[in-house]
Design a protein around this ligand. Structure first.
Ligand SMILES: [Zn+2]
Length: 376
């Protein structure tokens, strides 16, 4: 009986091996890394793009889900980054953001402070001191942990109204994201930070006055804010569409107004939320949106020639896996759980100074590498 079974099974196995088709047609992915010119020059501008919760599997799945291509593949330089925080191998976005923004390890929940809770200057603040333009574009509320680490210093990320106050005083030149209510309908005081910012010369627009940011004209102003939501912006699936446009707009806005260059941080904030929800479609739609922003930023940088573009993540979220049986555009994905994981995250770089971002390095080194690239 056993012999008979083997005789029946072996040809099936052999047949399957012999007739198996390639998972991906050869040449299906137009993978062409951009040439890496100007490597030896210092960068005039940096655009740092953070995919919150975006691990290597999110990007891999995104590439296969998009018929084997994403703009990530255009980067000539790649590296890997360790993400652990001061007190935990698995970081949160506050400690992860602080490491990249300020170059120090801190405890989970700490925003722009060191392990002892003491404020540490961020690269955005240092760039500003050198007379550079500064910008933040996110798909979360602007008081959320990642953007906050570049503009604020608080012992806890939950202190969102004090964070809004710090943002209002930060001097940031171009700011796009949600969280309007933390500025004009505050629980902790009666202040209207939007009016205070207008008095300092800001043009401040929002999603109620202008349904899309594309309607807004900014011809003469030096400082600009567009609030995309009262609190957290919509998901991409439910209609949010500003990230790619606002990324490009921010780069052009800052370039035309700052002779000394600029530093801008762009965050695909909700890749993380998709992971927390263990919702693969959510993750993929947010990743694709982020990839569209990458496309626009790379076009800007290629034309500009003086801009270093870095794409990375603060941590992975969800422990995502691509499972057997997956096909192009039909990924079978599963999550280990709806929380952050401790795996290293990829780093992609293009432009002057990009060669520094290879190998394995710590997330605090990202800060030092960016400063070295700007010769700050
Ligand atoms: Zn998260």
């Amino acid at each position: 009986m056993r012999v008979l079974l083997l005789i029946l099974i072996i040809p099936v196995i052999l047949l399957n091996c012999g007739s198996s088709r390639p998972a991906v047609d050869e040449g299906a992915g137009p993978i062409h890394a951009m040439p890496n010119d100007n490597q030896e020059k210092a960068a005039k501008n940096i655009i740092l793009m953070i995919g919150d919760g975006m691990g290597l599997t999110q990007i891999t799945a995104g590439i296969y889900d998009n018929n084997n291509f994403l703009n990530f593949e255009k980067f000539p330089v790649t590296g890997l980054m360790k993400t652990h925080s001061y007190d935990n191998l698995v970081t949160d976005s506050a400690a992860g953001g602080t490491a990249m923004a300020c170059g120090v390890k801190t405890y989970n929940n700490g925003v722009g402070v060191n392990k002892d809770g003491i404020a540490v200057k961020s690269i955005l603040e240092e760039a500003e001191e050198k007379g550079m333009g500064t910008g933040i574009v996110v798909t979360s509320a602007v008081v959320n942990a990642t953007p906050a680490t570049f503009m604020a210093h608080q012992k806890l990320r939950a202190f969102v109204e004090p964070i809004a106050e710090e943002i209002a005083n930060s001097g940031v030149d171009f700011l796009v994201g949600g969280g309007k209510k933390y500025f004009d309908r505050r629980d902790s005081d009666e202040r209207n930070l939007i009016e205070e910012m207008k008095a300092k010369g800001y043009q401040i627009e929002n999603f109620i006055q202008h349904k899309t940011i594309e309607e807004v004209r900014t011809d003469s102003v030096k400082k600009f804010v567009y609030f995309t939501a009262d609190d957290d912006p919509l998901t991409k699936i439910t209609g949010r569409n500003y990230l790619p446009y606002a990324s490009q707009m921010g780069a052009n806005f800052l370039k035309s107004r700052s002779e000394n260059g600029f530093f801008m941080m762009i965050e695909g904030s909700q890749i993380d939320l998709g992971g927390h929800a263990t919702n693969f479609k959510y993750v993929m739609s947010e990743l694709r949106d982020f990839d569209e922003a990458i496309k626009n930023v790379l076009e800007f940088a290629e034309a500009d020639g003086e801009t270093l573009v870095i794409v990375t993540a603060d941590h992975e979220t969800g422990g995502l896996t691509i499972q057997e049986g997956s096909k192009l555009k039909k990924i079978k994905a599963d999550f280990a759980y709806g929380r952050h994981s401790g795996t290293m995250v990829p780093v992609f770089a293009y432009g002057p100074g990009s060669e520094k971002f290879t190998g394995i390095f710590d997330n605090t080194e990202l800060y030092r590498k960016m400063k070295a690239a700007l010769a700050l």
